[in-house]
Write a protein that binds this ligand. Structure first.
Ligand code: PLP
Length: 391
């Protein structure tokens, strides 16, 4: 059976070049980077090199890069670590209502502990935060604004640079600085991530969305940003994340970033064209609607709602045809809970149950897109026929 993987926003395969770079660090160059002997120093050098690669990409200093295990850990460290370090009686945090669970749940936890009060920014029908809304809700107690760069369900790119500019301006007149974090997990591969240009103090992402392995992440932490580590132990990662460094994964991430830099322009152009073709074809099917912003959108994501079907059922039928897609987070663990992202965008529940997301990779081909759009109409037709009346 033909196999077409269109779920790259969930995870990507490890690039062969990345795997090749990692291999020696398993059994040949296996040292513990904290040790002063040759093996240890060889590992240390490899970590330093990867840190430099990431820092160059983000336009920051190497000492501002902390390696973690994934974006979720980076996000937890950023939010919890900052709030703990500032130790206000109650810190005020502002987040968008379309954040990934990693941000939503972390903030909920801080609220539950009585350490923070959270304000959720509304979004428009495309999932976009309004910069003016950020200004409206900043209070004297506000310590953190956290808005994602590109949305994982619908691909909408948030106005991070504009929010960063606003916060910079506001900070000039405040005693308590407002820190700015962005979850760049879905944007890192395609968007300009220069931290000074974006005006962010903290930025998180995961390796496995950019062809590095699962189990490695990054937190960028601007120099001078207060942070208490959330994992105690040794002095690794500038004493901000204890535990022996995962050298092969760190090396893999460095290589993956090197490849992003090398290919970004070409990949963005190619994927935008392929994605536009996919969108055009899917929208030919009656009762389908694009979700997310039509143009201000990460190039790898094409997301829709399909009237009269359950997204999960479409996925199963696509899978029978060898195609992997996703239903966003629409029906989390079979609970048929509507996606909080689509709800925030004002999409009615009966439509958001029919959500469908295709996400492309740098190696997705036109033939693969052609195959997906060829099989999809018949699946939708069949499911609509089977649906109880009134759905
Ligand atoms: N943030 C966004 C926008 C994501 O898409 C994801 C993963 O899908 C995460 C955070 C969490 O990434 P990880 O599971 O690698 O920690």
């Amino acid at each position: 059976m033909k196999k077409v993987y269109l779920d790259n926003a969930a995870t990507t395969p490890v690039d062969p070049e990345v795997f090749k770079a990692m291999k020696p660090y398993y059994s040949l160059k296996f040292g513990n980077a904290s040790e002063p002997h040759f093996w240890g120093q060889e590992a240390r050098k490899a970590i330093d090199q990867a840190r430099d690669q990431v820092a160059r990409f983000l336009g920051c200093k190497s000492g501002e890069i902390i390696f973690t295990s994934c974006a979720t850990e980076s996000i937890n460290l950023a939010h919890k670590g900052l709030v703990e370090a500032l130790s206000r009686p109650k810190a005020h945090i502002i987040i968008s209502s379309v954040e990934h669970k990693a941000v939503l749940e972390t903030c909920k936890h801080l609220e539950k502990l009585g350490m923070a009060k959270v304000t959720y920014l509304p979004v428009d029908k495309y999932g976009l935060v309004k910069v003016a809304d950020v200004e409206k809700v900043i209070k004297p107690e506000t310590v953190l604004v956290s808005v994602m760069y590109a949305n994982n369900e619908v691909g909408t790119i948030e106005p991070i640079e504009e929010i960063g500019g606003l916060i910079k301006k506001i900070n000039k007149t405040r005693r308590q600085k407002v820190f700015f974090h962005t979850d760049a997990t879905q944007g890192i591969q395609y968007l300009d991530c220069y931290v000074d240009k974006l005006g962010v103090d903290l930025l998180s992402f995961s390796g496995h969305k950019i062809y590095a392995p699962k189990g490695i992440g990054v937190l960028y932490l601007r120099k001078g940003t207060p942070l208490i580590r959330q994992q105690d132990g040794g002095w690794q990662e500038y004493r901000l994340r204890a535990g022996t460094e995962n050298v092969p994964y760190i090396v893999g991430l460095g290589k993956a970033i090197e490849l992003v830099v090398k290919n970004q322009k070409l990949v963005v152009k190619r994927l935008s064209d392929l994605r536009d073709k996919l969108v055009k074809e899917v929208l030919q099917i009656p009762g389908t609607k694009l979700t997310g912003h039509p143009t201000q959108k990460a190039p790898h994501i094409a997301s829709f709602v399909v009237k009269g079907v359950e997204g999960e059922a479409v996925l199963l039928h696509l899978s029978d045809k060898g195609i992997a897609a996703s239903s966003g987070s629409a029906c989390t663990s079979g609970l048929l809970k509507p996606s909080h992202v689509l709800t925030a965008m004002g999409i009615p529940v009966h439509l958001s149950h029919g959500s469908l997301r295709f996400s492309l990779s740098k190696s997705t081909t036109e033939q693969e897109i052609d195959y997906a759009v060829k099989v999809l109409p018949a699946i939708i037709k069949k499911l609509r026929k089977m649906a109880p009346k009134g759905v």
